[in-house]
Design a protein around this ligand. Structure first.
Ligand code: EPU
Length: 418
């Protein structure tokens, strides 16, 4: 088990460059299964979920060459298996994309039940509903999901729940279906646009990605292609929050303003100042943070993935804040650890959290329980008095590329130990 050791309270100055988006990368990698050729993916984040996705693809017969630390070439001409490693697929959530992409490619696949952070019930019924509507037979049991189809046929699918994963996965399967598929009540997250752009560049006919209605014309011949993963909006938001607490003209480079507008406006509301010039945001420590009300929503609403990081910021606000988490039913586990460090938070219900501030945080031994909860502890450790050891730091490394070097380079005292 790896441990992050952080000594808090050092001001952060210099520049942090944002990596490629985790949730776009883990979808673009399996999207390469939809073509029979060689694709190049640029700006991949240096995170464990990307490495696991690559291993799964290799297990199916893909040949992967790392051109640089952040760029790969994938040759999918020899995909020769229809069973993905159960051990690997059960380790992270986004492995579910193998189902849609292999259905789209060969019409047959079996994977282990997707794993991932425990954030309450995370069913994949909308993925399955979409695959079945297209004509696939899906079986779930004994820790496995198997899907097969003689033929997929385009149809209209209404998503009962707005889900990034289900929208992308059904889009993948629809690429291999005859005729037109319409996804109604699709998720609108920017990651969907990045993945769809890749497929469109390769020859797919997809209209409406980034809106509530996506139309896919199946069976278009797909060619080889290149895609650049765009910057991670959640990583951007996390460093902006860190800057609001410790920045001394901290520069965050690689932001796409429209992807993080809900956070930027919220920060302005609570008194945090920043400047944006092109793709760089400059931020300094905010001395007077106002309490607020935050409700997490699907894009363009306030992202659930920044809910836990901003909780730490609100421990430093003057008064009582309320956070309403509407996407997940168990995304407050981090608050037990934050309270150990001196925060005053109270879970009012599975969807509601109260945060009272300002509170002085103290360095402590704490444990990350999930990825973004881990990020909230990392932020807390950076502002705490003394030394904090964060156990289970693998969770943080799953989603934040080069986090140790990035923070060290701007002045943080952070190390990793076994
Ligand atoms: N849901 C269903 N049925 C489905 C799919 C989802 O009911 O078939 C519900 C879940 O129960 C949950 C909500 O929809 O209440 C979101 O579910 P899920 O975690 O499956 O969402 P997703 O859209 O696949 C992506 C990101 C998450 C991010 C959410 C919301 C990936 C790989 N994951 O998940 O990222 O929280 O969108 O924006 O893209 C993270 O990066 O830390 C993370 C958890």
């Amino acid at each position: 088990m790896e441990k992050l050791v952080i000594t808090g309270k050092t001001p952060l100055k210099g520049e942090v460059t944002i990596s490629g988006a985790k949730n776009a990368a883990v979808a673009i990698l399996p999207a390469t299964l939809l073509i029979d050729g060689v694709c190049t993916i640029e700006n991949l984040p240096n995170i464990s979920d990307v490495k696991k996705s690559c291993e799964i693809l290799e297990g199916l017969g893909a040949k992967i060459t790392w051109n640089t630390k952040n760029e790969i070439t994938i040759d999918t001409r020899n995909i020769n298996k229809t069973e993905a490693s159960e051990e690997l697929t059960s380790k992270f959530r986004a492995s579910y994309y193998i189902i849609g992409s292999m259905l789209g490619r060969t019409g047959k696949i079996s994977v282990g039940m997707p794993g991932g952070c425990q954030l309450g019930a995370r069913p994949i019924d909308q993925h399955i509903k979409g695959f079945e509507a297209l004509g696939a037979k899906v079986e779930v049991g004994q820790g496995k999901i198997s899907a097969s189809a003689e033929k997929l046929v385009g149809t209209s699918i209404y998503m009962d729940v707005v889900s990034v994963g289900a929208t992308i996965n059904v889009m993948f399967a629809a690429i291999g279906a005859e005729g037109t598929t319409v996804i109604e009540n699709a998720a609108m997250e920017p990651e969907i646009v990045n993945v769809a752009s890749f497929l469109i560049n390769m020859g797919a006919k997809i209209r409406g990605a980034g809106t509530k209605r996506i139309e896919i014309e199946g069976k278009c011949p797909l060619d080889e292609g290149v895609i650049e993963v765009f910057p991670d909006r959640i990583e951007s938001g996390t460093y902006i929050i860190i800057g609001a607490l410790l920045g001394n003209n901290l520069k965050i480079k690689g932001i796409i303003r429209e992807h993080i507008e809900s956070l930027l406006i919220k920060l302005k509301e609570i008194g945090v100042h920043y400047e944006i010039d092109g793709d760089t945001l400059t931020i300094s420590k905010c001395e007077h943070i106002k309490p607020t009300y935050i409700k997490t929503l699907a894009f363009p609403g306030f992202p659930t993935d920044l809910q836990q990081p901003i909780t730490t910021l609100l421990t430093q606000a003057n008064g009582r804040s309320i956070i309403e988490e509407t996407i997940y039913e168990n995304r407050f586990k981090n608050t037990v650890e934050l309270n150990k460090m001196g925060a005053d938070t109270k879970v009012l219900s599975i969807h509601k959290l109260e945060v009272n501030g300002p509170t002085k945080l103290n360095g402590m031994d704490v444990t990350a329980t999930d990825l973004r909860g881990g990020a909230s502890l990392l932020i807390a450790a950076l502002i705490a008095e003394g030394k904090t050891n964060i156990d289970n730091s693998e969770y943080i490394l799953r989603g934040y590329g080069d986090v140790i070097n990035k923070l060290k380079n701007v002045g943080a005292k952070i190390e990793i130990t076994e």
